[in-house]
Design a protein. Structure first.
Length: 68
């Protein structure tokens, strides 16, 4: 599945790379919300997908911090 590969990719990254990925995802979410507010967004389901990806990234960061 696509999400399993995404999570596997996250598990392979370091904490610094995960933080960079988190910042990039939050910026993308901000841009998507801005586009949605100005009626320029075609694929509104992308907002939900990015929110779930942010949660996945944060979960992996938490797991790694508890292991260390």
């Amino acid at each position: 599945m696509k999400t399993n590969k995404f999570v596997e990719g996250l598990n392979a990254k370091s904490a610094a790379e995960l933080n960079e990925e988190l910042v990039a995802a939050k910026k993308e979410l901000f841009n998507l919300r801005f586009q949605n507010a100005t009626n320029q967004l075609d694929n509104t389901s992308r907002i939900k997908e990015v929110r779930k990806n942010i949660a996945r990234i944060q979960t992996v960061i938490t797991e790694k911090s508890k292991l260390a």
